[in-house]
Structure formats: structure tokens, C-alpha cells
Design a protein. Structure first.
Length: 165
């Protein structure tokens, strides 16, 4: 069973979907609630609205400038193992800092897998919670990501930094 709740920010309305295990999907803010709910139900047709959905308050507070809790329960059960490894690794990147795709691959012991890391991050179902926006190209350019255009830069700006290793 899945539950979802929407959250309001200055950037629009987003949603968080959770299972019994934890948060499994974050939808970044859109212009209206109807579009967000439609997106949630397209992926989770049996999801039920529930204002108590785990993580929604934390995501809303993130957009107000607060940090996410380190202990937010996640449900990555449907994610391939390599992707899960990438997601767990990038959660170690400090708030407001960036690392390269190559750095992530090296930390995983897969030095030549920077492109595979990029593919995993492009499929990240938990933007913000799994901070794929903190991973940039080795040359310092922003690179791609799983969310809408312009959001990666917006999130890095919200976090107040872009120190890279």
C-alpha cells in the first residue's frame, strides 16, 4: 500500500509518496496540485491521500531553508542494487556541497562508472532526499539530473553553496 500527501512551497505544490517501509517517491513542486496528484497516481494508481505521509513535512521545511533529517526512512526496494548503492553514497555529500560523478564512482570502487552513476541519478525517484542535485560534472559544470530543468541550480542555490571535490 502507498500513501501520498502534497506540500506547498513558494515554488509550487509537490508530493511525497510512502509505503510502510518509508518514502519511495518525491515529486518536486509543480504549478498546481492537480498535476502533481495526476503524476503520483500515474505511477502509484492505488495510492491513497494521507496528510501524515512520512517525509512531507521535512521536504516542505527543506524549501524553507532547513536541512533534511538524516534518519528519514526510505523505501528503495524497487530500485536496482547499483542505483541503491549510488543513492546511499550521495546521501553522504554534505548539505551545500557538490561532488563529481567520477568521485561517486570512485567511492563505489567502480572508477570507470561515472556514466553509470549519471544514469542512476537520472532515475532517482527521491530528489532532494537522495541529493542528486549535489553531483556535478568533473569540470564543474552542472550536468544533468532527474528533475525539471533549472531545479538543480535552484536547489544548490537554496543550500547556499557549491564547493566541489
Amino acid at each position: 500500500m502507498h500513501w501520498y500527501t502534497t506540500y506547498n512551497t513558494d515554488h509550487g505544490v509537490g508530493a511525497v509518496v510512502a509505503s510502510e517501509r518509508g518514502v519511495c517517491r518525491v515529486v518536486l513542486p509543480r504549478r498546481n496540485r492537480r498535476a502533481v496528484v495526476k503524476e503520483v497516481l500515474a505511477e502509484f494508481p492505488n495510492a491513497q491521500p494521507d496528510r501524515r505521509t512520512s517525509g512531507a513535512r521535512a521536504i516542505k521545511q527543506y524549501f524553507e531553508g532547513k536541512r533534511l533529517p538524516d534518519d528519514m526512512p526510505l523505501d528503495l526496494q524497487a530500485v536496482p542494487k547499483f542505483h541503491r548503492d549510488v543513492y546511499l553514497m550521495i546521501q553522504a555529500i554534505p548539505h551545500g556541497e557538490t561532488r563529481s560523478y567520477k568521485w561517486v564512482a570512485s567511492c563505489l570502487g567502480k572508477v570507470g562508472a561515472a556514466r553509470a552513476v549519471g544514469t542512476a541519478l537520472a532515475r532517482n525517484p527521491l530528489p532532494i532526499v537522495v541529493p542528486c542535485h549535489r553531483v556535478v560534472a568533473s569540470d564543474g559544470t552542472i550536468g544533468g539530473w532527474s528533475g525539471p530543468a533549472g531545479w538543480k541550480e535552484r536547489l544548490l542555490e537554496l543550500e547556499g553553496g557549491r564547493d566541489s571535490e
